[in-house]
Ligand binder design. Structure first.
Ligand code: GLY
Length: 350
């Protein structure tokens, strides 16, 4: 069944409609310890939620585990969930990914609704049906494509976020601008991310979700053009895993921003991406995301991490590159030498 995305101005009414269109002999809400406090409290009095049972899990990626998944299955079972029940995932990407996977596997699948509460989840994680958990030390190692019946976006939840989480989500929006068109990209790099106006940000969120929605509709299981969304992520995932190994975890969007720097460099060198646009984008990233500190003795580990990425094989490391803004080249490869050059470029600055 097709996923419906609602840009809501009236969460109470839109949620009531969504719930009425889903099977729901029993209704459950999944939140983490943070969103249970900051978001659930904003909606708990909605009439449509009066019989909902709240399931709370630990916050942060450390809890995106088999143990938590099993606890959610158990809470559903103990709460009397049947195959006609419905789960509402209220939270960031961790909650929508894990909750989506729990719902899609419980009694072979129950309806679920995503209410993303972080910017990252609004523009990326909650849309497009990628669900799953981390396993065996690897991010999103176990999972399935399974779309929620509804994604309901209400930008009031942006008020609950701290500055790093706004910036983290914004990196994915910047990626959407780069793969979409010059107008959107220009709006994004001219936005005042230092002092974000949440109403204006809400308009940019709507544009961003549309980009993702269109690519997912064209290629739901990432056989082709959906790979455009991987721009910045080959280096980005390696930076994220490397930082975690160093005991200095970074937010996903920061890793993607650093990855965009390297992959725009590769785009300029291998696909003639215009230098001035590369420089403008990189200046924006440096100004708002700072610099990840690593040395040339870390290159081998970073390359090894790229090889372990789901998108790659032992022999080939894949990239999405750009010939220009909106001019996408999927299934590109780079040699180890080129990857090291991109890492040198990252460390040397502009
Ligand atoms: N996060 C990229 C995708 O959903 O394909």
């Amino acid at each position: 069944m097709e996923q419906r995305i609602i840009l809501s101005k009236n969460l109470n009414g839109d949620l009531a409609t969504a719930i009425s269109e889903c099977e729901h002999d029993r209704l459950f809400v999944l939140a983490d310890t943070t969103t249970a406090q900051t978001c659930w409290t904003r909606i708990v009095d909605y009439r449509c939620l009066k019989d909902a049972q709240l399931i709370t899990i630990g916050a942060t990626d450390a809890h995106k585990s088999l143990e938590t998944l099993s606890a959610v299955w158990k809470a559903l079972g103990d709460g009397g969930a049947t195959r006609h029940s419905c789960l509402i995932n209220l939270g960031g990407g961790m909650v929508t990914d894990l909750g989506g996977f729990a719902a899609s596997t419980f009694k072979r699948g129950i309806d679920f609704i995503n209410i993303p509460t972080t910017l990252l989840a609004m523009v990326d994680a909650s849309v497009g049906g990628k669900t799953g958990i981390n396993f065996n030390g690897l991010k999103n190692e176990i999972g399935a494509f399974c779309e929620s019946r509804f994604v309901i976006l209400d930008t009031m939840f942006l008020q609950t976020l701290d500055e790093p989480n706004i910036r983290s989500g914004y990196a994915e929006m910047l990626k959407h601008g780069l793969i979409h068109d010059k107008q959107m990209w220009a709006k994004l790099i001219n936005f005042d991310l230092q002092r974000p106006n949440l109403q204006q940000l809400g308009h940019l969120v709507a544009d961003s979700v549309e980009v993702k929605e269109r690519l997912v509709a064209e290629d739901p299981t990432e056989q082709g053009i959906r790979k455009a969304l991987n721009l910045g992520h080959t280096f980005g995932h390696a930076f994220e895993s490397w930082a975690l190994q160093q005991g200095r975890p970074i937010l996903h969007g920061y890793a993607v921003a650093y990855g965009l720097v390297c992959e725009l460099y590769l785009s300029a060198v291998k696909a003639k991406f215009p230098m001035d646009r590369m420089r403008q984008t990189i200046s924006f990233i440096k100004e708002h995301y700072g610099q990840l500190a690593f040395g040339c003795n870390d290159y081998e580990m970073l390359i090894q991490l790229m090889r372990h990425d789901k998108k790659n094989t032992a022999d080939v490391i894949n990239f999405t590159l750009l010939r220009n803004i909106g001019d996408i080249q999927i299934n590109q490869t780079a040699s180890e030498e080129e990857i090291c050059e991109a890492l040198d470029f990252y460390r040397d600055g502009l």
